[in-house]
Design a protein around this ligand. Structure first.
Ligand code: DGL
Length: 256
């Protein structure tokens, strides 16, 4: 048993969509949620910048004696996970777009992956698609503005709908059976996306997979906790103390 907290990290509020799934599986833990609000969005930064931000965040979480860290950000995982795993000696779990289940269940149709520009252009996603032999099946689209909309709490406005419609214009959506959300900010737009997409398209994300993997790793290492659920929030290393701000984050956590 290990009652130290678990660190969950994202560039902003996106990782809360992952934390929600984690809490469902692991309710008896303490969590430190680190949103790198000073540097969001990551999806438009260089690899070098992202690597530096991620290392700072991980160092901070380490200084809080976390027993494991979840990088609840596809962009950060895509750029930094290899280096992180060799640099730190606690379990570090990353997130990957849920392309595999989409490929397995696609019923001969195509799969659309929506992520940030860094993830879409990255080697990691290309390798994953290649490994699955799905080069002709998966189409990729970068939707950086959704990150900005999410950070400003705008999820279902006309502006958001217009952006989604315009971005998807070049696809014949009837050819697709799955939309994979490859950015943790995107599950907040599920309702809006459902309004726009044909009913036959199934929307999935990778948060359940991460939660299951974390549980597995903690079990394997006999690190499960027996705490009363507690979440402490940090914005780029500064503890969030303001009641209204904590309320806002808790609302987002329960929103999906
Ligand atoms: N939430 C992040 C992801 O999963 C990235 C958002 C951003 O900072 O651009 O990719």
């Amino acid at each position: 048993m290990n009652n130290n907290p678990i660190g969950v990290f994202d560039s902003g509020i996106g990782g809360l969509s992952v934390l929600r799934q984690i809490i469902k599986l692991l309710p008896n833990e303490k969590y430190i949620y680190y949103a790198d609000t000073d540097n969001v969005p990551y999806g438009l930064k260089t690899k070098e910048q992202i690597l530096e931000y991620v290392e700072n965040a991980i160092d901070f979480l380490n200084s809080k004696k976390v027993k494991a860290i979840v990088v609840a950000c596809n962009t950060a995982t895509s750029v930094a996970i290899k280096d992180l795993r060799s640099d730190y000696n606690i379990p570090i779990i990353g997130i990957e777009p849920a392309i595999k289940p989409a490929i397995e269940n696609r019923k001969n149709k195509k799969v659309l992956l929506m992520a940030t520009p860094v993830t879409v252009k990255g080697e990691k996603i290309k390798n994953l698609i290649k490994r699955l032999g799905a080069e002709d099946i998966v189409e990729l689209i970068a939707m950086p503005k959704l990150v900005e909309f999410a950070e400003s709490g705008e999820f279902n406005t006309e502006r958001v709908k217009e952006y989604i419609r315009e971005s998807l214009e070049r696809f014949n959506l009837e050819e697709y059976s799955y939309l994979v959300l490859g950015c943790t900010h995107f599950p907040y737009f599920k309702t809006t996306l459902k309004e726009i997409l044909p009913d036959s398209i199934c929307i999935i994300d990778g948060s359940i997979g991460v939660a299951e993997r974390l549980k597995e790793v903690l079990e394997e290492n006999k690190m499960l906790g027996s705490n009363k659920l507690e979440i402490t929030f940090y914005y780029s290393g500064r503890k969030v103390e303001e009641k209204l701000e904590i309320e806002k984050l808790k609302n987002l956590l329960n929103r999906i």
